[in-house]
Design a protein around this ligand. Structure first.
Ligand code: HAM
Length: 439
């Protein structure tokens, strides 16, 4: 009988061991930068009640209309959804656990998100975000702070030029007046609209501004702009943000057509974009969502945040030649089976006691082929517990990547088993010193 070959779900990727170190390197640096700005981690479930996203993100957004992995739990009939983003979840958790009652919060998260989009380069059905949410701050200081945090992260990662596009969506009333003007404008030009735009004309006319259809560009270009409808307070918020960015030398471009795809935003919205990833060049999107806490049933509190598309940043790092730390271990232990295996097992455990990462050769093979494995493993040292070494209570140690003839164990040399951990930890430290000394 022929069995089906099982494959991953379309648009959902495995991260294989050669690739994972790059993810680890990115995550470690992102977490460092988030901590430098006082953010603390929050972990929320991957599955939430569907109504959280319908209410939080908005019924007439692309995400809620057609991209959510929603299902009925067959065991209890609940309507559930794999999270398409985490802002709604974080706000839900803050309300549920009363996190906002005494002080504002700076929170960060990392993890997979799910959207049923058409897969292409940089766009997946399971993708990952690192995000942050600041709750209880009216801004614009915290909006500026998040932008500085992101700028610092791009600098630390050395991913090259990323441009910042910025806009203000004003208040609900200002948006309503802008929306009425937009509807009137597009109705007057209804013949020129495509089917998608016509469908959105009365449900979400703002999204027409986001159209990718080149034929609509002149029409969209001349449409009424939100900035013309901003009142004094919104303008002061937007100008305050821009002054802080200028004071820190952050360059940006105001893009009056930037509307973002989620309905919870007000005032500040922004995207960071690179030209090196083709059509999916937005590596981070964010902004302010003051109405969201109230919309989800909490006592109203302002909010502001962003999410980074991890796959997209990883691709930039990969293109820059980054691979992360590919070394699997410090030491590879070889043996000749039988009693030598037991001696090698004790040696490996004592090396681990000394804080070293160790691969103990599994199974039986000639010392020659074990040595090939040791070389390929990337280990710094081979420890050989052969029959003659074991009989003497010793192991032979050989540096696999000695830079100079004077390096410790450049020549193979025997060490008593009882001193093995100390000898190799010491040799590694000497090696480290000589590396940092030459830098
Ligand atoms: P978003 O713009 O929907 O915002 O997503 C943020 C980032 O996630 C995008 O800029 C992109 O880099 C990445 N991304 C989105 N969809 C995909 C996909 N299908 N495949 C790969 N990467 C993708 C949000 O999710 C908001 N929650 C951000 C936010 C937080 N606003 C305020 N707080």
């Amino acid at each position: 009988m022929k069995t089906d070959r099982l494959a991953a779900v379309r648009g959902m990727n495995d991260v294989l061991p050669d690739e994972a170190p790059l993810w680890e390197a990115f995550e470690a640096r992102a977490i460092d930068v988030l901590r430098a700005y006082g953010y603390r981690q929050i972990r929320t479930p991957i599955v939430e009640h569907t109504r959280l996203f319908a209410r939080g993100i908005g019924e007439v957004t692309d995400i809620v209309e057609k991209e959510m992995y929603s299902f009925v739990d067959q065991l209890n009939g609940e309507n559930l959804t794999l999270r398409p983003e985490a802002t709604a979840s974080v706000v839900r958790a803050c309300i549920e656990h009363n996190l906002l009652y005494d002080a504002p919060r700076r929170l960060w998260y990392i993890g997979p998100m799910f959207r049923h989009e058409r897969p292409q380069r940089g766009r997946y059905r399971q993708f990952h975000q690192v995000g942050a949410e600041a709750l209880g701050f009216a801004g614009p200081d915290v909006d500026a702070e998040q932008i500085l945090l992101l700028k610092r992260l791009w600098d630390v990662l050395e991913i090259g030029p990323v441009r910042l596009e910025l806009n203000s969506l004003g208040s609900a009333e200002e948006r309503a007046r802008h929306r009425a003007a937009l509807v009137a404008y597009f109705e007057a030009n209804a013949d020129a609209l495509d089917a998608d735009a016509r469908r959105r004309l009365h449900s979400n006319p703002l999204r027409i501004l986001d159209t990718k259809n080149p034929a609509l560009q002149p029409l969209v270009e001349a449409a009424p702009r939100i900035t013309e409808y901003l009142g004094h307070e919104s303008l002061a918020h937007f100008e305050g943000l821009q002054e802080l960015l200028a004071a820190r030398g952050v360059s940006y471009a105001v893009n009056p057509r930037l509307v973002r795809g989620l309905d919870y935003y007000n005032l500040t919205v922004y995207e960071w974009i690179t030209d090196r990833l083709g059509a999916q060049g937005t590596i981070c999107g964010g902004g302010r969502y003051d109405p969201l806490v109230g919309m989800l049933g909490g006592r109203p509190a302002p909010g502001c945040g962003f999410a980074i598309g991890v796959e997209r940043v990883i691709e930039l790092l990969r293109e820059a030649g980054e691979r992360g730390d590919q070394t699997a271990c410090d030491v590879y232990v070889l043996h000749q089976g039988g009693a030598t295996y037991l001696a090698a097992l004790h040696a490996a455990e004592s090396l681990r006691d000394a804080g070293l990462d160790v691969i103990l050769h599994g199974g039986e093979a000639s010392l020659k082929s074990q040595m090939k494995r040791a070389d390929a493993s990337g280990a710094a040292y081979a420890v050989i517990v052969g029959e003659s070494e074991a009989a003497d209570g010793e192991a032979a140690v050989k540096a696999l990547r000695a830079a100079t003839a004077q390096a410790p164990f450049a020549e193979q040399r025997r060490v008593p088993l009882a001193q093995l951990g100390e000898a190799i930890a010491g040799a590694l430290a000497t090696e480290q010193e000589s590396i940092s000394g030459t830098n």
